[in-house]
Design a protein around this ligand. Sequence first.
Ligand code: FES
Length: 571
Amino acid sequence: MAKRKLRSTHWFAGEGKDAFNHRSWMKNQGLPHHLFDGRPVIGICNSWSELTPCNAHFRKIAEHVKRGVYEAGGFPLEFPTMSLGETLMRPTTMLFRNLMSMDVEESIRANPLDAVVLLAGCDKTTPAQLMGAASVDLPTLMISGGPMLNGRFRDETIGSGTHVWKFSEMVRAGEMSMADFTAAESCMSRSAGHCMTMGTASTMASMVEALGIGMPGNAAIPAVDSRRYVLAHLAGRRIVEMVKEDLRMSKILTRKAFENAIRVNAAIGGSTNAVPHLLAIAGRVGVPLKLEDFDELGARVPLLVDLMPSGRFLMEDFFYAGGLPAVIRELGDLIHKDALVVNGRTMGENTADAPCWNREVIRTLAKPLRKSAGIAVLRGNLAPDGAVIKPGAAEPHLLRHSGPAIVFRDYNDMAARIDDPALPATKDSILVLQNAGPQGGPGMPEWGQLPIPKKLLQQGVRDMVRISDARMSGTSYGACVLHVAPESFVGGPLALVQDGDRISLDVPGRRLTLEVAEEELSRRRAAWAPRPSIYGRGYGAIYARHIMQANEGCDFDILRDGPPVPEPEIH
Ligand code: FES
């Protein structure tokens, strides 16, 4: 045991009335006195909720973590926080990511914990927990909940989200019946776990592993595979050692760790949602990371993993093929091998012998699926502070495209007119959605994959250039320019686009240009009036006051900046 006095002893050690109080109430749970003898107290921060079906199996994972903690001589205490269920919460979970991070941060700091195991799965639960825990900076380890088993509809393998978009467009195009569409529901989500495409949840679970804050193998083991529970058990043992080593989050989440994560995200064809989340997590640990890093570090990394939404396979196949360790090994010198991982070894040591069992699913650097497939960062007079696109998810002929804009003022305007036969849309039109950003959405919803107008669908059009200040679901695909900053709600140039304006997208040149004379834009800018905020009170009002733009990770300024919060005084 380290000589260092553990944080929990401020609550539990001693003979006075305060220690009596702290111990006595805990003992009503049947906890024996010897557990308060100064052993490490391990918090298990659980985002379990029946309203977050992706995380609904987490009580069982927590039980396995506890076994490991006890085995290693620690004292586990599980606690709940807010959870963020992607499919049910409205207007969008992203509106509440920072709120959950505050819950996690304050729950950790206010309690007698020496270290934390974070249990996350559904999209925003991962960044929210990492952000909150990073602001406290105890020894911390994350266990992802694991993906669902492959979806299977009749004789077809189907992926979370990806096939919802595909099937719903087939229904709109008259190619699928409503009865078949309904039948597919239970075939898609047929086990515990999060989305099993390389959507945002799988992306963020991969980021956990690539950052080194999760155990090797964390990303891909299916939620219902017994090896997920073995990993939880071993993580429970390991977190106790991390207390003894004082291996805090800030020692893991270094600049090298983020560079590894960005390159891995490119190699796996990960979600664009990783951009604001990694920026926000880096901001909490004080690691300088900027939007351009995603392009400079990741854009030329080859795509090695053939997973939906842009590929063929699913996370279960990825696990059987070798999972993330095989990808990291394949990336070779593109990875900082000396980056530290929570298991106490380096990234290089962990992956040196990682096998690959299926080269269809995980390709080699010599024969990648695509030579360069990371996230491209665009600039130009339409996005002075940047925008992103995932070129690998777009039809190649649209990566250099110029066309007339069709502008939707907001989501409701888009929903009301997108299928109107009178909409003057052709396959060359560029669909523009305004007021869908961090403030305007609010919460920057995943509206960025605007639907293809019905009349074009019926003509066989399956992709168009779409531009918005929204995000896009990680399970989506298409030539969607996202995260335009500054957003239109605060008067960014996106607010000035009008029907018929010519817009030029040049992904190889990294440019996004509104082909309208500056004089005309100035005139429009002078005539532009902001919309009022919809929030007059409560969390929404706090959000509106403190939310930062997409290129800064959409954290709250008061959570990222400012002096450290002092430890609570224990009386
Ligand atoms: Fe929870 Fe996709 S809905 S991970």
